[in-house]
Design a protein around this ligand. Structure first.
Ligand code: FAD
Ligand code: UDP
Length: 378
C-alpha cells in the first residue's frame, strides 16, 4: 500500500509508537504505517544476541522493566514472560564496592560502623546538621540534606557530575526522586512490586507488538524525508524529538547522550552483577554493564563474558538519550507544546516527544492514554 493511503502514521517504533500502532491495528482494526529511521524496531529498548559471546544484551544500555501500574503490567504480559530478575546495583568508590542505592549496608561499610535500622536516622540527622543546609533548593543541597555531605561526596557528586556534565548544584532536586535512600538492608534498586527482564529479550516484544499484517513497518525511513508522500489529513503520531518536528523554530532542547564500549573478557564472571556504577569523577565512565547477569536462566559460555562501559556526554536531538530539563528547556518546551495543541491530527509523545525522563512503564502508560484520545476521534 502506498504511503498516501494510510490514515494512521506512527513515527518511531519505541514503546510509545509500537503500543499505539498495536492498539490501532488490533482494536480499531485500521492499517498503520510505522516509520522508523533506524535499521531496527524497539527504539532504545532494542536488544540483540552479542555476535561473539551469544549473550543477549540491550544495545542502548541495560533496561530493567519495573512498574507498580497494574494496567501496564497486564498489557505488557500479553507480549512477553518475565524472568523474575530483581535489579541490584553496586557502586565502586576508591576501589571498594558498596551497595547502591545508599542503604544500611552502604552506611555501615562506609563509616565502619554497625548501626541498627532504628539508629540510622539520628546518625544521618547529625551528619546533615553538620552540613548547615536547612532549606535545600537544588540537587546538591537536597542530596546533602538526605544523606549528609560525606556520603553525598562519595556516592552522588562525582557520578552525577559525569552523568549530567555539570556541577550538581545546577541540577533540579526532583532528579533525586529516582534515587531511593534506605535505612535497612533492602538492596532492591526499585520499589515497584513487578519487575524483570523479558525472557526472550525486548526485541521479541516489539516483534509481537508489530506482528499484525495491518502494520506496515518501514525501517531506515526518516519521517522528514517522506513527509511529502503522506496523506494531507493523515493522523500522525510523532515520537521523535519535539524541537526537530518544528525545525527548531523556538530553539533547541538540550539532551545528554551516551556512548558504549564493548569488551569481551576471558572469564565467566567479570564483576558479579549486571551493573556496577563508578562513583568517582576521575573514572571517565559512569557504569559497567555485564548483561549475562540479567539472564541467570540462560546457559551462557563459561569461559567468556561481555562487558560494556557507558560514557555520558553532551548530545543533541540527533542522538538523544536523556532530556536535560531545567528552567531554560521547560520554557522552550512550553512553546512547542502550544504548537502541537494547534494541530488537530497530530499526537506527540514518548521520551523524546514529551521531553520527559520516562521509564518504560511510564512510556507505555502515556501511550495507552494517547491511544484513548485517538480512538475518540476515530
Ligand atoms: P525511543 O525508545 O527513544 O523510541 C523513539 C524512536 O523514534 C526511535 O526508534 C527513533 O529512531 C525513532 N525516530 C526518531 N525520530 C524519527 C524520525 N524522524 N523518523 C523515524 N523515526 C524516528 N526504562 C526503564 O523502565 N528501565 C530501565 O532500566 C531503563 N533504562 C534506560 C537506560 C538508558 C541508557 C536509557 C537512555 C533509557 C532507559 N530507560 C529505562 C527508558 C526507556 O528507554 C524509555 O522509557 C523508552 O525507550 C521510551 O520509548 P519511546 O518510544 O518514547 O522512545
Ligand atoms: N545517581 C548517583 N549515583 C549513583 C546512581 C545514581 O548519584 O550511583 C544519581 C545521578 O544523578 C543519576 C540519578 O541518580 O542521574 C538517577 O539515577 P538512575 O539510576 O535512575 O539513572 P538512569 O538509570 O536513568 O541513568
Amino acid at each position: 500500500m502506498s504511503f498516501e493511503r494510510y490514515k494512521y502514521v506512527v513515527v518511531g517504533s519505541g514503546f510509545f509508537g509500537a503500543v499505539i500502532a498495536e492498539r490501532i491495528a488490533s482494536e480499531l482494526g485500521e492499517p498503520v504505517l510505522m516509520l522508523e529511521k533506524r535499521e531496527h524496531t524497539g527504539g532504545n529498548c532494542h536488544s540483540v544476541d552479542h555476535a561473539e559471546t551469544g549473550i543477549h544484551y540491550h544495545r542502548y544500555g541495560t533496561h530493567i522493566f519495573h512498574t507498580h501500574n497494574q494496567e501496564v503490567w497486564d498489557y505488557i504480559n500479553k507480549f512477553t514472560e518475565f524472568n523474575g530478575y530483581h535489579h541490584q546495583v553496586l557502586t565502586t568508590y576508591q576501589n571498594k564496592v558498596y551497595q547502591m542505592p545508599i542503604n544500611l549496608e552502604t552506611i555501615n561499610s562506609f563509616y565502619n560502623l554497625n548501626l541498627k535500622p532504628f539508629e540510622v536516622s539520628t546518625f544521618i540527622e547529625a551528619e546533615v546538621h553538620k552540613s548547615g543546609i536547612n532549606s535545600p533548593g537544588n540537587f546538591e543541597e537536597k542530596a546533602i540534606s538526605m544523606v549528609g555531605r560525606a556520603l553525598y561526596e562519595a556516592f552522588i557528586k562525582g557520578y552525577t557530575a559525569k552523568q549530567w556534565g555539570c556541577d550538581p548544584s545546577q541540577l533540579p532536586a526532583t532528579l533525586l526522586q529516582r534515587l531511593p535512600f534506605r535505612t535497612n538492608y533492602d538492596e532492591n534498586y526499585f520499589f515497584d512490586p513487578w519487575q524483570g527482564i523479558p525472557r526472550q529479550g525486548y526485541s521479541a516484544i516489539f516483534d509481537k507488538l508489530l506482528a499484525s499484517p495491518k502494520i506496515q513497518v518501514e525501517l531506515n525511513t526518516d519521517f522528514f524525508s517522506v513527509k511529502h508522500k503522506l496523506a494531507q489529513d493523515a493522523c500522525i503520531v510523532y515520537t521523535g524529538p519535539l524541537d526537530k518536528l518544528f525545525d527548531y523554530s523556538h530553539g533547541q532542547l538540550e539532551w545528554r547522550s551516551l556512548s558504549f564500549e564493548e569488551e569481551v573478557m576471558g572469564v565467566q564472571d567479570f564483576q558479579g552483577t549486571s551493573v556496577m556504577n563508578y562513583a568517582e569523577e576521575s573514572i571517565p565512565y559512569t557504569r559497567i554493564h555485564e548483561p549475562r547477569h540479567l539472564h541467570p536462566e540462560k546457559d551462557y559460555a563459561k569461559d567468556q563474558t561481555l562487558t560494556i562501559k557507558e560514557y555520558s556526554h553532551s548530545g543533541n536531538s540527533e542522538d538523544p538519550y536523556y532530556p536535560v530539563g531545567g528552567k531554560k528547556n521547560k520554557a522552550i518546551l512550553k512553546k512547542y507544546k502550544v504548537e502541537v495543541s494547534g494541530q488537530e491530527n497530530l499526537f506527540v509523545g514518548g521520551r523524546l516527544g514529551d521531553y520527559k525522563y520516562y521509564d518504560m512503564d511510564q512510556t507505555i502508560a502515556a501511550a495507552l492514554r494517547t491511544y484513548e484520545q485517538i480512538r475518540e476521534l476515530a
